[in-house]
Ligand binder design. Structure first.
Ligand code: NAP
Length: 524
């Protein structure tokens, strides 16, 4: 395939007929890195790479035979073609999920718990293969990918335990001859739509609590990273989760989304992705009044106060900014540095950023992989150009990496101002904008001056300030002297336009449960 054709298709993936795709030999391109190529062929021959959708426990092609290419973002080469599905397959997946719901929801919590626990065990037993698959299709460094497998699996382990704790209530009645009860019941079939940046964890954060509650699911992973989702679905069957409880359809996002929204059998939509798509889904869910959870974009402030421990601040800021090459919703998007520590911090931070190794995630020591695709790369470039044109200064990086493809130099930009795109929107790339501030009040004002409200960070040694500022920040998550705070045991979710609902922890269960009040009368 010509590099130009590859680039074009990576920018705007489209479904192809099977016949067209036969000419695109799987794993055959001579330029694919040796490591990636050998990993891909090993995973393929061991059956770990699945290319069909998963409906009712069966692997199925798209009904019209169409397929879509899945790329390795580090090399630009096609890994394989997967089924490109749409509305018809989604409807069948919903029917299958609905039929299975009738039996799955009737199992005891202990029975569901055992299945989930087995799924967790199998994911952990296949951690290396899943990590390799993720690096192949998403580009993140292998260690980071294996870290995501552990993190993603932790939700399954946690909710296997939580399944047994769906308690109801007995309410003291207002009348003497009545007895009042509250029971919690699974909502029903769940449509789960997930992004490419965490190909496993964004799925398990939804599917594990849904299954634990007794719901069944139709998953739509991103077309950019379907392979990890399909491998996880295969392991769910091996774990004894019944056919139809977990279904995976991928392909046309709008057709699949519409089918999920239109179906009265789908009682819940859970989505992680951009705020723009989240708003569309929320509007679409209104037609059948579904429950909705939305994990949307962020614009995380990371505030470094003069009284911060510099080493802790450096380590924490590096961790939050550069995870997954800056492509996470909780990545620091604006680094606010108080004027007394600004110069010292920016010099030390730039030095640390410059030392990061960029490259193919399979190469030893690589800390930064590629950006997911060309349009994401163009966005990063345009944000940096906008900042430069408005007076910001490039301290490190600021351009495409010499490796080519979508690799971008880890970048630090100084003197960023509130009106620049870098401060107003998620850059979703390895670019760290530094903004100088004078007072605590000013920092809080800048931090809250956005429609987003997902994660915020601060570095300070003052316990009074850390409490005061935490209360003032309009964010769902606050990290104090720590850059990586997400864990299965704590609630994750945003305020304002960063979303609705919470994932993880005991609160994550409520998203998949209905509360039913039962009144027993005439008891005297
Ligand atoms: P996206 O474009 O919104 O896509 C997310 C998912 O929605 C993908 O599966 C996508 O399918 C699907 N989709 C797109 N249009 C749709 C439609 N009309 N109907 C139904 N589904 C549709 O977001 P992304 O670029 O993949 O992910 C990056 C965004 O996710 C960032 O804004 C990031 O902040 C956010 N994010 C938030 C969290 C959180 O927990 N708050 C976590 C991770 C990421 P295709 O990919 O197949 O087109």
């Amino acid at each position: 395939m010509s590099p130009l054709l590859t680039q074009l298709q990576r920018s705007s993936p489209t479904c192809l007929s099977s016949a067209t795709c036969i000419s695109v030999a799987i794993f055959s391109h001579h330029q694919m890195s040796t490591n990636a190529r050998s990993v891909a062929s090993r995973l393929s021959s061991s059956g770990f790479i699945r290319t069909q959708g998963f409906i009712g426990g069966k692997w199925v092609d798209a009904y019209d035979g169409k397929t879509i290419e899945v790329y390795n973002p580090a090399t630009g080469e096609v890994i394989t073609n997967v089924a490109c599905m749409g509305g018809r397959e989604t409807k069948d997946a919903i029917t299958s999920a609905h039929n299975t719901f009738l039996s799955w929801s009737k199992l005891t919590a202990a029975e569901r718990s055992r299945c989930l626990r087995k799924w967790f065990d199998l994911i952990m037993a296949n951690k290396e293969e899943l990590g390799q698959l993720m690096t192949l299709e998403q580009g993140k460094p292998l260690d980071e990918a294996m870290g995501e497998v552990t993190y993603g699996a932790s939700y399954i382990e946690f909710y296997a335990e939580e399944a047994k704790r769906v308690y109801g209530d007995i309410i003291p009645a207002a009348l003497p001859d009545r007895r009042l009860f509250v029971m919690k019941q699974p909502v029903g079939v769940v449509g789960a739509i997930t992004p490419w940046n965490f190909p496993l964890a964004m799925i398990t954060r939804k599917v594990a609590p849904a299954l634990a509650c007794g719901c069944t699911v139709v998953i739509k992973p991103s077309e950019l990273t379907p392979l990890t989702a399909l491998a996880a679905a295969e392991l769910s069957i091996q774990a004894g989760i019944p056919p139809g409880a977990v279904n995976v359809v991928m392909g046309s996002a709008s057709d699949i989304g519409e089918a999920l929204l239109a179906s009265p059998q789908v009682r819940k939509i859970t989505f992680t992705g951009s705020t723009t798509v989240g708003k569309k889904l929320m509007a679409g869910a209104a037609e059948t009044v579904k429950k909705v959870s939305l994990e949307l974009g962020g614009n995380a402030p990371c505030i470094i106060f003069d009284d911060a421990d510099l080493d802790v601040a450096l380590k924490g800021t590096m961790a939050t900014k550069f995870r997954n090459s800056g492509q996470t919703c909780v990545c620091a998007n604006r680094i606010l540095v108080q004027e007394g520590i600004y110069d010292k911090f920016s010099i030390a931070f730039s030095k640390a950023v410059e030392s990061m190794k960029v490259g193919d995630g399979f190469v030893e020591g690589v800390a930064q992989g590629p950006i997911i695709n060309d349009s994401a790369l163009h966005k990063v470039e345009s944000f940096v150009q906008d900042a430069i044109s408005k007076g910001a200064k490039v301290l490190i990086g600021g351009k495409r990496h010499s490796l080519g493809m979508t690799f971008y130099e880890p970048t630090v930009i100084g003197d960023v101002k509130s009106e620049m795109l870098l401060a107003r929107e998620e850059v979703f790339g390895p670019v760290a904008p530094l903004m100088k501030f004078k007072t605590e009040e000013e920092a809080i004002h800048i931090a809250n001056d956005t429609n987003a409200g997902l994660a915020a960070y601060m570095f300070t040694t003052s316990i009074k300030r850390s409490w005061r500022v935490s209360e003032a920040l309009e964010y769902g998550l606050v990290g104090i002297n720590e850059g990586q705070i997400s864990t299965e045991v704590a609630p994750f979710g945003g305020m304002k336009q960063s979303g609705l609902g919470r994932e993880g922890s005991k609160y994550g269960m409520d998203e998949y449960l209905e509360i039913k009040y039962v009144c027993l009368g005439n008891m005297s």
